[in-house]
Design a protein around this ligand. Sequence first.
Ligand SMILES: Nc1nc2c(ncn2[C@@H]2O[C@H](COP(=O)(O)OP(=O)(O)OP(=O)(O)O)[C@@H](O)[C@H]2O)c(=O)[nH]1
Length: 217
Amino acid sequence: MTEEEAAELAQLERRANKLFSGRVEFLLSAPQLKFLPEPTVPEIAFAGRSNVGKSSLLNALTGRKKIARASVTPGRTQELNFFEVGEPTLFRLVDMPGYGFAKAPVKVVEKWKNLVKTYLRGRQVLVRNLVLVDSRHGLKDVDREMMKMLDEAAVGYRVVLTKADKIKASELAKTVEAVEAEAKKHVAAYPQIHVTSSEKGMGIGELRAALLRDAGV
Ligand SMILES: Nc1nc2c(ncn2[C@@H]2O[C@H](COP(=O)(O)OP(=O)(O)OP(=O)(O)O)[C@@H](O)[C@H]2O)c(=O)[nH]1
């Protein structure tokens, strides 16, 4: 990276930090597609297995303690939750229901697939997706299914490792390498992945800056 590029990135990060610490507001929950908000601004959606740390990451990004509910009961949310960022609203963050919950009844899984697939394929303002993956576990088949679904829907996505504080640096490096190698094989995935810890604030500034770029603001 040249000095100029580094300065530009630092400036973007400062702008992103300021924006995320400003107005971030819950807009609505959509249990069905007919409840989606008007497609007036770009949207960035968050996906991941139940308990991956999605609510915690949303809270860390927005600097709030509980804008999104962090839960101890996996697989609870079955709606798309919309949060607005900026005043006036510049873009939205969309919390998608967690997947891969082993005890979920077939009907719940079907409902999830239907809602998520249709949203991903049909939402014109959806500019980016984040696929969250637990650093300790790496990619699971359910994540690969999600990535395939995004490839097919032609929605570009970033793979984000969560809970990086929970494993040793050497283990983390191995996981990063393995996940990046796999991401390169997916047409819609960014080749570089993000490493984060909501608990320690690791990778949060960089991810905020990336989201600003994605939203084109
Ligand atoms: N050590 C550590 N723990 C984390 C981190 N992020 C989340 N956790 C913990 O992991 C558990 C699950 O986190 P959530 O943020 O509720 O996960 P979720 O993906 O929103 O879960 P669902 O609501 O089931 O979809 C909680 O006990 C969090 O405190 C992190 O960066 N580091």
